[in-house]
Design a protein around this ligand. Sequence first.
Ligand SMILES: Nc1ncnc2c1ncn2[C@@H]1O[C@H](COP(=O)(O)OP(=O)(O)O)[C@@H](O)[C@H]1O
Ligand SMILES: [Mg+2]
Length: 249
Amino acid sequence: MTTGALPTESAVRAALSKVDDPEIGKPITDLGMVKSVAVNDDASVDVTVYLTTSGCPMRTEISGRVERAIADVPGVGTVRVDLDVMNDEQRTELRKKLRGDKAEPVIPFAQPGSLTRVYAVASGKGGVGKSSVTVNLATALAERGLSVGVLDADIYGHSVPRMLGSDAKPTQVERMIMPPISHGVRFISIGQFTDGNTPVTWRGPMLHRALQQFLADVYWGDLDILLLDLPPGTGDVAISIAQLIPGAE
Ligand SMILES: Nc1ncnc2c1ncn2[C@@H]1O[C@H](COP(=O)(O)OP(=O)(O)O)[C@@H](O)[C@H]1O
Ligand SMILES: [Mg+2]
């Protein structure tokens, strides 16, 4: 049993404002994910949290974070976390909040004033260590506290998911793709959209469209660094990247 005054609802909400959504990296209170908060007479707290999608792979992680944050509020007894799922309207609201109200997704890294440094790791040859360098650099920079993303642009021979040791699939909220995170690095790869190790044959325009989607439809958040793991050679991918992000180094 607890002693003294009951915790206030505002104290509970303040604790919730410190809980980040694991995929989006912003407080759940800012994302419209808190459906209800109730402090009961016995000092127990009931909270209902909206998930963005019903199949959200982060559901356990989210309830755990919420439960721990509330349990830390002085005076709180039992904590019950219920989950609900956003409706289409709420998802649209969320997308607008994150992306602005633009009809067509834009590539944030190609906008003037973008603070993200984009580095393309390239070489004419295959098997020389491009992917190894990309992944090691990414995890090392993330370890230093930078916000890092990796785009596996080697759509013929993707290897980033394997090197990052994760076969997680991205979640999709409306037209936004939430990249999985491994070793502190957000990453997206065509390997997350195909079954097993199926090699993918791409024609120029399709490939350009795929890269454009990876850059514009993926919610990368505010990255310090985006690393692009390019396929060998100086073909279509390199040309597309140069067109899509002229500032890439
Ligand atoms: N510095 C290195 N020394 C020795 N072997 C390496 C080194 N970097 C990568 N490799 C190995 O070389 C192979 C190709 O590396 P990978 O990073 O996939 O190259 P790429 O992306 O250029 O095709 C892999 O088996 C990898 O383990
Ligand atoms: Mg490679």
